[in-house]
Design a protein around this ligand. Sequence first.
Ligand code: ATP
Ligand code: MG
Ligand code: MG
Ligand code: MG
Length: 471
Amino acid sequence: RPYSLNELRKMFLEFFESKGHLAMKSFSLIPHNDNSLLLINSGMAPLKPYFTGAEIPPRRRVTTCQKCIRTGDLENVGKTARHGTFFEMLGNFSFGDYFKHEAIAWSWEFLTQVVGLDPDRLYPSIYQDDDEAFDIWNKEIGIAPERIFRFGKEDNFWEHGAGPCGPCSEIYYDRGEKYGCGKPGCTVGCDCDRYMEVWNNVFSQFNNDGHNHYTDLIQKNIDTGMGLERLAVVVQDVDSIFDVDTIQALRNKVCDLAGVKYLEKHETDVSIRIITDHIRSATFMISDGIMPSNEGRGYVLRRLIRRAARHGRLLGIEGKFLAKLSETVIETSKDGYPELEEKKEFIFNVLTQEEDKFNKTIDQGLSILNEMEEKLSAEGKKVLDGADAFKLYDTYGFPMDLTKEILEEKGYDIDEEGFTVCMQEQRQKARDARKVSNYMGKDATVYDEIDPSVTSVFVGYEKTECESPIT
Ligand code: ATP
Ligand code: MG
Ligand code: MG
Ligand code: MG
């Protein structure tokens, strides 16, 4: 039996503990004192203060399995084998301690000896100018030169906003011809799912001040990231992250609830995978105290929940189903994240309330959208007015990208700029209305609408995410 996802997480952390690392708990998905990020998107993101020297790390070698959200990968989800909006990133970190030699050697040791992957299927890539990394792979690890790929800045120079950055060396796994795109020149670095990037070793040597001014970091650091789900894909030799043991259990539950089978129809499969992915994200986001709202992180969450709800509709699921799925997420993930179990009821409540809210308007919204489509088609137009898209948002709670996705399925587009203009106008109106009521001294009426029993309401304003009451 191949290693399970939960086993692999443990093996990784124990391996790096044996190399002198301190295993730390995953940080929250909500960045702490960092405005450059909406959500934690990598293992290194919450460790930035240790890299920049702003804070002293508890040890100079640290290892984590970090919860991550990448909304930038939203479009990929369900389409590629390897992308989720939520995933767990395994990482080992050196704050001015070891550097390239150890990082490369240990990643190779872990993959080939601990986990037992076939070395002949592994290919490293390096940043084009990084001859030091080339020599380590070639001379110390013994990889033939033609198996080492040199890539440019886009792929092999790691940076996310302000902070530490540097060249990197990725490790790809050849999953075999059947996963290839078949195009000529398909090799390591091709965007198809044959050569799957599993690990990224970042040699962070520089600091980006946020305006692309680079300075040498006082100390050189190692920051690595390996997607736990991707590791499980290659170890378990399965088609995609949706076939990994724990995620497959969730996927099966989606199928059960919908009464559909996986791998029978492409569109159905995409919906199944989207729901499977989004409920993982939503469960973890809520457990970290993010609440659905119309702004920032809360809006990311709202979009994920509503998109999942809509794909549930497409699969023919009647009624509420997200909390039921969340239960499976918690069951299969609590091994690594015991707090999920503690917050279970809270998570279910938030999901159910948001689903309820959307359910009240989704059917009506969908039929209005249908009418809008018919009108477009009758008029021979291809682009929906921004004002119409805004009406769907404002009155029926359809996030713009949801409307866009539905229209795209039928070959239509949306006037996004027009939508933004309507949004701005509405915000301005709201601001003006506030001003008028202040001027007239009537601002007190706002408080009349607040249930006096909800005494925590002002706490809600300060801690915008964590303890605000569900509205
Ligand atoms: P890709 O090129 O496949 O999109 P990436 O280069 O964007 O991956 P990195 O930023 O290097 O990924 O992140 C480090 C590791 O995290 C990757 O090597 C991969 O194993 C994992 N990873 C990145 N994005 C995702 C995702 N959306 N879902 C699952 N795992 C991911
Ligand atoms: Mg990517
Ligand atoms: Mg990449
Ligand atoms: Mg990468």
